[in-house]
Each structure stands twice: as C-alpha cells, then as structure tokens.
Write a protein that binds this ligand. Structure first.
Ligand SMILES: NC(=O)c1ccc[n+]([C@@H]2O[C@H](COP(=O)([O-])OP(=O)(O)OC[C@H]3O[C@@H](n4cnc5c(N)ncnc54)[C@H](OP(=O)(O)O)[C@@H]3O)[C@@H](O)[C@H]2O)c1
Length: 333
C-alpha cells in the first residue's frame, strides 16, 4: 500500500469548498496541495486562509498540474458535468459535490467519461460514510428491526436566500429537490440496497424564484416498502429519519444525514440500543477518507456510493420533478 500523502486540489472557493479544506486538515494521508478559482485573487486568498501550496486562477490550470492526484468539485450543480469531465479527461480522480448533476442524462455522461478514462469518480454524499450510518446499516443487515417496511426522512431548512443564490436560482440548478431532497432520496435508496423505486409521486411549491421552495415525495419499492421524503429551503423542520420494520424501528437524529445519535426500538417502542458519536469535520472528513481508501486500493468507484446508484437517484429525481414543469438549462421545457 502507498503511504505517500494524496495531493488534493479544490475546484472553486465557495462555501462548501472552505469547509472541505478545513475537513482535509484533519484527514490523515491527505495533503491540501492546490486550489483553483475563476479568479487568481480568490484562489490566492483561499490558499492563504487554508495553507494551500498552489493557487490557480483557472480550473483548467489546476487540472493540468501533474502533482494533483484528486480534485474536489464544489461548484453549483449546473457546472458539475463540465468541471468533472474536464478534470477526468486530464486524468484526475474526482470527488464531485451532490447532486451529481442536474439530471440523469448528464449523470450518465459523467459516468461514461469516468469509465472511459478509468479514473475514480464519486458523488460527495456524506451520509454514506458517517460511522453511525454504517452502524445503522449493520443493524438492518443483522435483521434487528425485521423486514424494512417504511422509511421517513426530511432535509429542510429556512434561510433568507438572495435572489441570485445558487440554492434558488434556476440557471444554477437551484431548488430544494436537487439541493436537499437528494439526501433523503439517497438515504432511502441506501436502505433499499440501491434499488430503484417502482413508483414515485411528488409535489412541490414553485415559489417566487421559479424553483421548488419545498416539496415532498413518496417512493414505492419492490415488495411494497414506502419512503416518505421531504425537502425545503424556506421551512425548518426536525430533520431526522426513521426506518420502520416488522420487529421494531430505528431513529436517526439530528440532522439525520450527519447523525450524532441513533436509537433502535423494539415493536413495543421500547429502547433496545442507543449509540452516540460526535461528527468529525462536519461529515466531509469521512468522505475524504473514503476517497483515499479507494484510491489506495486501486478502486475506480466506492462500494458505499456506487456510480450506477448515483445515476438511479438522478433518474428518480427527474421522475419526481417532471410533473412540476421545472426545467434546468439545456433541458426541453
Ligand atoms: N455536502 C454538503 O454538506 C454541502 C453543503 C453545501 C453545498 N453543497 C454542494 O456544494 C456545491 C456548491 O455549493 P456552495 O454552497 O458551496 O456554493 P457557493 O458558496 O455558491 O460556491 C460555489 C462556487 O462555485 C464557483 N462557481 C463557478 N461558476 C460559478 C457561477 N457561475 N456562479 C457562482 N459560482 C460559480 C465559485 O467559485 P470560484 O469563484 O472560486 O470559481 C463559487 O464560489 C453544490 O453542489 C451544493 O449542492 C454540499
């Protein structure tokens, strides 16, 4: 096994890229080597703030640096495809923020390029790598709640977004489904072993930004398992998740995507087991470790967030969104 540190490049200097830089400082075996921005000034300011060796004033220049092993993409959803393809064509491994793309057609294209180039690609879906969620998956595999029958999960927040914020702007792939709904939908998919829902139905409120301010969906899987998911940009809710089985249920809190407490109940609603553990590096730390574990093992995708499953999740979100009449750049109205 190669014990040299892996040299990371961070593509873009926004909100999540800054958090990722802080998380990388905690990750053993990682070197935060480069950052790229659309402007040299921003790249240099970011490099100074986070102790990064190289600052590039264009994304392409960083991808062309042979010293970079792996690139983290933290741009708005509409740019993920273009940015990831450019990095992978330069031979780089890529960790791309969620949602992987704006739709399944783009996700298919991104995955095709990864396979063509033989490079590593993973959607940055934090919950897949959080220790308590891995523990919860073990409970399910051990049959601790019997057969799974229902799933309930929410990822909702209330913030006063500016009209040009990437979270709300249609041109940047804004809206609650792509930004937050992807978490509970991906969670349900993980619990269901990556299988695709047989039926989906959803509703949304398209607010003053022309994108979905909030929404909810029901997903029905083979065998009748039903997931009830909600997502919102202007409504704060409790943000936990439940998995109900024939012999008991599991509660994840709070926020379910980065849980610090999981509780196993029996069917009489008595507590059977509780596990608590603090989240490290806002959760981003765990996905960075998983990327490095995969790269050192010579894998081109992670078994915890397989590419075909990321594609299936994009297809599911396309199906949920289709009746709303909400389209993103490059899609037919
Ligand atoms: N995993 C999580 O917990 C988490 C949390 C928040 C967001 N995210 C995901 O991370 C991604 C970015 O979100 P964010 O909140 O960090 O966004 P943000 O603060 O708006 O930053 C996005 C960055 O992308 C770059 N960019 C390139 N073209 C742009 C354009 N035309 N308009 C605006 N920015 C552009 C900019 O960096 P330069 O100017 O330096 O090029 C900008 O700073 C999204 O995919 C989002 O879903 C994940």
């Amino acid at each position: 096994m190669n014990h040299e540190p892996l040299r990371w490049g961070i593509l873009s200097t926004g909100h999540i890229s800054q958090k990722f830089a802080r998380a990388l400082q905690l990750a053993e075996g990682a070197e935060l080597y480069a950052v790229a921005s659309r402007t040299q000034e921003k790249a240099e300011a970011f490099a100074a703030a986070h102790g990064v060796t190289k600052a590039y004033g264009s994304y392409e220049a960083m991808a062309a640096d042979p010293a970079v092993d792996v690139i983290y993409i933290g741009t708005p959803h509409v740019f993920h495809l273009e940015n990831a393809v450019m990095c992978m064509r330069a031979g780089k491994a890529v960790l791309c923020e969620k949602a992987l793309t704006i739709n399944a057609r783009e996700a298919e294209e991104m995955i095709r390029v990864a396979r063509e180039e033989g490079v590593f690609l993973m959607e940055a879906m934090i919950p897949r790598h959080v220790p308590l969620i891995r523990r919860m998956m073990q409970w399910l595999q051990e049959g601790r709640i019997g057969e799974v029958r229902m799933i309930r999960a929410a990822r909702c927040l209330r913030r006063d977004f500016a009209d040009d914020a990437r979270q709300v702007k249609r041109e940047l792939g804004g809206g609650s489904l792509l930004d937050l709904g992807v978490y509970p939908i991906s969670f349900a998919s993980m619990v269901m072993g990556g299988s695709e829902p047989e039926e989906t139905m959803g509703t949304a409120y398209i607010g003053r930004w022309g994108t979905d301010e909030q929404g909810a969906a029901l997903l029905r899987y083979a065998g009748g398992v039903i997931a009830d998911v909600s997502f919102a940009l202007r409504t704060e809710t409790v943000n936990d998740a439940y998995i109900f089985g024939t012999e008991g249920y599991i509660h994840l809190e709070k926020i379910f995507a980065v849980p610090e407490k999981i509780t196993l109940y029996d069917k009489e609603q008595k507590v059977v087991e509780v596990i608590e553990e603090k989240i490290k590096g806002e959760g981003l730390y765990y996905e960075a470790l998983e990327v490095m574990r995969c790269l050192r093992a010579g894998l081109t995708e992670s078994p915890y967030m397989p590419l075909d499953e990321s594609l299936q999740i994009m297809r599911t979100m396309d199906r949920i969104r289709q009746p709303w009449g909400l389209t993103y750049p490059g899609e037919k109205a």
